[in-house]
Design a protein around this ligand. Sequence first.
Ligand SMILES: [Zn+2]
Length: 314
Amino acid sequence: MNKILDKKYPYLSNFFKTAIEQKRLFHSIILYGNNNYIQYAMAMEIARQLNCLEDGREDCSCQNCRWIRENKHPAVMTISKIDNKTDSSKTVISEEQINLVLDTLVNSSDYHRVFILCDAEYKTLSQAEVQDYNEFILTGFILPKEKDENKYWIPKGINTGCFSTVAANAMLKSIEEPSDKVTFIFLTNNKDDILQTIVSRSQAFYVADSKNSVYNVAFFEKYFEQYPKFDKDCALDFAQTLYSYQIENNLEPTFIIDCIQYYLTQLLKANINNSLLVRKIYNDIEKTEKSKKMLNAYIKEQTVYENLAFYFSK
Ligand SMILES: [Zn+2]
């Protein structure tokens, strides 16, 4: 995959690569968190992997890879209040805009179509944004439009203000009954800013700010000697260790789960030819996603860790 994303987001990078290879990627994906530039790069990389005519390697120069890097691929479209507009509304992604997008799906295509839905604006960059912008450039992609008199296109998270319920509802049917070669990717700061009916039909991934994503697996690795099935004592001890490590290091509980997910994707990579184990690891990764949902629903972290440990012992 992409070296920068690989290094900074190894869990997500591995996950998407494997899911694409195994054709298990959802048709609707939500990337959430505060760094919209990195979300945009990740969405472009997913689009590239889905469309590469060769093996998806980073330096591939097939036509699809080149067009996507240059942000001019006809099947990879950014949909925002200022991109791919067909009507005069300036503050929202309109229902008309969505309907026109969906109309194009009636025709079959050799390409895997990817729609990146976000908010965006042209502006001069603040100090912090310059840093994010530079980080984005290093990923090898370019943004929808080149700078224009010192104003840059900057990606922002979509929310109900710029993506009306009417427009979102117009999309629902396509998400519910997706055709094979279509993927919708929503970029947002907060999942709560997207219509719940879309969230529930999508796979959602938290994209941490890169400074936080140096994963540590050493503190729980020994328990995985018993993988794929922990015995009861091991499971109890595992849950306790996760909690102690979180408290001692003053970490977010979702970060602890991220570390486990990262570990599981490493396992996935190492065992890619063992289809039985691969299926098991996939289920476990899904289970960790559920753990995150529990955390987001304010369930106590001890309970979430115990629940996960118990699952590993079944
Ligand atoms: Zn390629």
